[in-house]
Design a protein around this ligand. Structure first.
Ligand SMILES: *[C@@H]1O[C@H](CO)[C@@H](O)[C@H](O)[C@H]1NC(C)=O
Ligand SMILES: *[C@@H]1O[C@H](CO)[C@@H](O)[C@H](O)[C@H]1NC(C)=O
Ligand SMILES: *[C@@H]1O[C@H](CO)[C@@H](O)[C@H](O)[C@H]1NC(C)=O
Ligand SMILES: *[C@@H]1O[C@H](CO)[C@@H](O)[C@H](O)[C@H]1NC(C)=O
Ligand SMILES: *[C@@H]1O[C@H](CO)[C@@H](O)[C@H](O)[C@H]1NC(C)=O
Ligand SMILES: *[C@@H]1O[C@H](CO)[C@@H](O)[C@H](O)[C@H]1NC(C)=O
Ligand SMILES: *[C@@H]1O[C@H](CO)[C@@H](O)[C@H](O)[C@H]1NC(C)=O
Ligand SMILES: *[C@@H]1O[C@H](CO)[C@@H](O)[C@H](O)[C@H]1NC(C)=O
Ligand SMILES: *[C@@H]1O[C@H](CO)[C@@H](O)[C@H](O)[C@H]1NC(C)=O
Length: 368
């Protein structure tokens, strides 16, 4: 009897020490509810992370694969950082068991494959998702778009997609992120804003588009940005090209100054003569679009005259070649005439057969 009691106590002690203990190569602080396994060359998520953990940092390691089994029993984790690893694939439901998760940092990884429900969290509690420099290349963006739609991220408030080499945004990519307040897209290679690039972002308060490849934002993009009336915008460090076509954008900038955080700092990058000119001072007069109209007319006239001369010259050469070939051509024409005659006679003969009532009757009765 005593033996049994002793054993139970021993077991309880052992269990207790397992739960209270800290995984190898990690530092645990029960008082701060924090576990850190930072730059320890780990190849996988360690087991035995204590249940009290709220802040879990497994950063700067060599982890390449993670799955739902890595995060069993971690009900209290609210902040999880897996940044600076080598994670290349995210399975569906990987984080689903983390029922208190509010902030997930996957920055500086190499995500090439993202499954549709990769970011699903059981309690739909996720508020912050950091995918800065996290995608392997632009090709992952379709996977990303699907998982942002399928992962029930209605509570997400902040999404960081900076430094990812994105070339375009798939239509409706953010349309299920109805609670999003802050969207970071800086340092990508976005060349345009299209219809529905930002649809669904009704509560967006801040949109960062700095360091992209926007040469201008044409009407379609301006309409899209106007569909986010509450959002402050950042547009700096784009290669704005100040030629005549940029007028609508320049006028829009002047009109929307109030909500463009860096409006005063926006400058033309091209053409060279306009470099560093403030976008707010770019107008019809500075660009000289209307004066250049007369110049264009003159250029057009000159090009017509040139075209006429070239065509005349080609015609002369053609006539000359005809003249040189006149014997051959005459023979060809005779041949052609003979051929036509044969064809015509053949046709005429067949026509007579077709119009012969006896023969056509034979045909119709045969059809029946
Ligand atoms: C989570 O924290 C609560 C309160 O701090 C604690 O009672 C509970 O046991 C913890 N959960 C786990 C799985 O340890
Ligand atoms: C799930 O979230 C709700 C609020 O959204 C909260 O009241 C509840 O405690 C959470 N459940 C768990 C298990 O964390
Ligand atoms: C946890 O994440 C929240 C944002 O959801 C943040 O405000 C807080 O500072 C983070 N805590 C730690 C310890 O990183
Ligand atoms: C995301 O992570 C990067 C690098 O780890 C960091 O610089 C950035 O501030 C984070 N973004 C947010 C919104 O916290
Ligand atoms: C992304 O990387 C994959 C694998 O290396 C490659 O096949 C694909 O062409 C790359 N996509 C882009 C847009 O570079
Ligand atoms: C932009 O991202 C590239 C890699 O994607 C990086 O090399 C570069 O330093 C980043 N630029 C800034 C200003 O962060
Ligand atoms: C964008 O929407 C406008 C009207 O809202 C439409 O006229 C235009 O054709 C659309 N552009 C594309 C590329 O679908
Ligand atoms: C443009 O302005 C920046 C700083 O405002 C300056 O460093 C740069 O030399 C300027 N370039 C030209 C071509 O004026
Ligand atoms: C910009 O708007 C102001 C009024 O807000 C106006 O006075 C100014 O002429 C505008 N500039 C251009 C270039 O349209």
């Amino acid at each position: 009897m005593l033996d049994l009691a002793q054993r139970i106590v021993l077991c309880a002690l052992l269990l207790g020490s397992v739960y209270a203990s800290c995984p190898p190569r990690c530092e645990c602080s029960e008082a701060a509810h924090t576990v850190k396994c930072v730059s320890r060359d780990l190849r996988s998520v360690p087991t035995g992370i204590p249940g009290y953990t709220r802040n879990l940092f497994i950063t700067g390691n060599q982890i390449s694969r993670i799955g739902p089994e890595c995060f069993k029993g971690l009900d209290n984790v609210t902040n999880l950082s897996l940044s600076n690893n080598r994670i290349s694939e995210l399975d569906s439901q990987t984080f689903a068991g983390l029922r208190s998760l509010r902030s997930l940092d996957l920055s500086n990884n190499q995500l090439a494959v993202i499954h549709p429900e990769a970011f699903t969290v059981q309690n739909q509690s996720l508020q912050e998702l950091n995918l800065s420099r996290a995608l392997y290349n632009h090709s992952s963006v379709m996977d990303l778009a699907t998982s942002l739609r399928w992962s029930s991220l209605g509570t997400l408030k902040r999404l960081d997609l900076s430094h990812n080499g994105l070339i375009y945004l798939p239509s409706h990519i953010f349309s299920h992120l109805t609670g999003l307040q802050r969207l970071q897209l800086s340092n990508n290679s976005l060349v345009a804003i299209h219809n529905n690039s930002f649809s669904g972002l009704e509560h967006l308060e801040e949109l960062d588009l700095t360091l992209n490849a926007l040469k201008a934002v044409p009407e379609e993009g301006l309409r899209e940005l106007d569909s986010l009336p509450r959002a402050d915008l950042l547009l700096g460090e784009n290669p704005f090209t100040c030629t005549c076509g940029i007028e609508p954008f320049a006028l829009w900038l002047n009109r929307s100054q109030g909500r463009i955080g860096d409006a005063d700092g926006l400058v033309c990058a091209f053409p060279t003569g306009m470099r560093n000119t403030s976008m707010l001072s770019v107008g019809t007069l500075t660009l000289g679009c209307h004066q250049s109209g007369a110049g264009a007319d003159l250029a057009l006239q000159t090009s017509y005259v040139f075209l006429g001369i070239v065509l005349g010259f080609v015609g002369l050469i053609f006539l000359f070649v005809l003249y040189l070939n006149r014997k051959g051509i005459k023979k060809r024409i005779y041949d052609l005439r003979d051929a036509c005659r044969e064809v015509w006679e053949g046709y005429h003969y067949r026509f007579e057969i077709d119009s012969d009532p006896r023969l056509s009757q034979v045909c119709t009765s045969a059809d029946m």
